[in-house]
Design a protein around this ligand. Structure first.
Ligand code: NI
Length: 257
C-alpha cells in the first residue's frame, strides 16, 4: 500500500535532529510521495531544498497568515520572494496561505490582502493553492467566491469545516484534505466526510502537528497517515486500500505530478 501525504512540514525545527532518518523511514514505510509545505520565506526555501534532495518530495511556497508582514509593503516584498522561489521545478503549489483569526485577530484586513495577493500569484503561475482557514469560515468563503478566486484548483487543508465551506470549495473546484483530527472522539468533521465526492478527497498528516489517535500529542510523521486512512475508510464504508489509492490519484491530479 502506498500513500501520498499531501501536507507535511519536514522543513520544521521539530525534525532538526533526525530529519534525514525520518525522511528515509517514511519512504520505506510506503509514503512514496509528499509535499513539504512552506509557511514563510525561510521554510519555503527549506521545502525546496528538501525537494531537490529527495525525488519523492515536492514543495509548496507561501506565507501563512501568522507569518505575514506588518504592512502591505512588507507583505508585497515577501510575495516577491515567493514568486522567485515558485519558478523552481519541484514547486507544485502556493501555500499554505489563508486566514487565521484564532491566533491573530488584529490584522484581518492585512490577512485578507496577503491571501488574495497570493491567490493572484498562483493564478498567474497556473498553480493550485493550499488554504489554511481557522475561525475565519465566512471570510474564507467570501474570498473563494469572489473575483480573485483560485483558477487552478487547490486544497482546503485540515480546516475546521462546515457544510457551507465544503460546498463553496467543491464548487470552486477545490479538494478537501483530512488529517489526524478525524480520528479524535469529538471531531465534527465525521458527519461532513460523506458529502465529499471520492474524486475530491485527500489525506495528509500536517506533521509534526496533529498526530492521530492512538499517537495523539506526540510528534507526528507521515507513517501515522495510516490511522487517518483507516478512520476515513470506516466512515465511508471502504477499504484502507481503496482510500490509499483514491487519495493518491487525487493528490497527483491536484498537484499536477
Ligand atoms: Ni500545515
Amino acid at each position: 500500500m502506498e500513500f501520498f501525504d499531501t501536507h507535511s512540514h519536514y522543513n520544521d525545527e521539530a525534525y532538526i535532529e533526525d530529519r534525514e532518518e525520518i525522511i528515509n523511514e517514511i519512504y520505506n514505510a510506503g509514503i512514496t510521495k509528499t509535499v513539504v509545505v512552506g509557511y514563510n520565506e525561510d521554510k519555503s526555501e527549506k521545502a525546496i531544498e528538501l525537494a531537490e534532495e529527495h525525488q519523492f518530495i515536492y514543495a509548496s511556497v507561501g506565507i501563512h497568515p501568522s507569518d505575514i508582514g506588518a504592512n502591505k509593503e512588507e507583505i508585497l516584498s515577501q510575495i516577491k520572494k515567493i514568486r522567485q522561489m515558485a519558478s523552481n521545478k519541484k514547486v507544485v503549489a502556493i501555500g499554505e496561505i489563508g486566514l487565521d483569526y484564532h491566533w491573530e485577530k488584529e490584522n484581518k484586513e492585512l490577512q485578507k490582502f496577503a491571501f488574495i495577493q497570493q491567490i493572484c500569484l498562483a493564478n498567474e503561475l497556473k498553480l493550485p493553492i493550499i488554504i489554511h482557514s481557522r475561525d475565519a469560515i465566512m471570510d474564507t468563503i467570501e474570498i473563494i467566491r469572489g473575483e480573485d478566486s483560485p483558477k487552478f484548483s487547490g486544497i482546503l487543508h485540515c480546516c475546521v469545516l462546515n457544510k457551507e465551506l465544503i460546498e463553496t470549495g467543491l464548487k470552486a473546484g477545490l479538494y478537501i484534505s483530512f488529517a489526524g483530527p478525524i480520528t479524535f472522539k469529538n471531531t465534527k468533521n465525521k458527519e461532513l466526510i460523506n458529502i465529499i465526492p471520492d474524486d475530491r478527497l485527500l489525506i495528509e498528516t500536517d506533521c509534526p502537528y496533529l498526530s492521530p489517535e492512538p499517537n495523539r500529542g506526540k510528534r507526528n510523521d507521515s507513517r501515522n497517515i495510516r490511522f487517518t486512512a483507516e478512520k476515513i475508510a470506516e466512515l465511508k464504508g471502504m477499504t484502507v486500500d481503496e482510500i490509499a489509492m483514491i487519495t493518491y490519484k487525487n493528490a497527483e491530479k491536484v498537484y499536477n505530478i
